[in-house]
Design a protein around this ligand. Structure first.
Ligand SMILES: [Zn+2]
Length: 117
């Protein structure tokens, strides 16, 4: 699955790396396991730096950890498609925006505003 048709009919490109519309959803209960997994990869002296970087990246994105999902926000309507597993088609859940603090301010835009503060 490389493109996803939003319920509003917008076509979302899922091949972009990094994808400015995508984010990772992590359950609060999964964070410790993820951190431990990342530490274990960092401490593995048998792997080279490039392999280590790949493993760190894919250990999160491959969703080996329970409680990790991927979200993609539609830039047109703000709906969020949630994938419990990569490549699930259709998405497991669609969320629709009911209220925004500011019009046209999506989830990712909000998060990017927080990064600057
Ligand atoms: Zn949409």
């Amino acid at each position: 699955m490389s493109k996803l048709r939003c319920l509003c009919s917008e076509l979302l490109d899922l091949n972009l790396i990094p994808n400015p519309q995508a984010f990772i959803v992590v359950a609060d209960t999964a964070i410790e396991d993820i951190v431990q997994d990342q530490i274990q990869i960092c401490n593995d002296a048998t792997i080279g730096q490039e392999t280590r970087n790949d493993r760190l990246f894919f250990s999160l994105l491959s969703m080996r950890n329970k409680g990790v999902a991927e979200g993609v926000e539609c830039p047109q309507c703000g709906r969020i498609a949630i994938f419990g597993r990569p490549g699930n088609d259709p998405p497991d859940v669609w969320y629709k925006v009911e209220k925004r603090r500011e019009p046209n301010l999506g989830l990712i835009s909000s998060a990017n505003q927080l990064k600057r503060h």
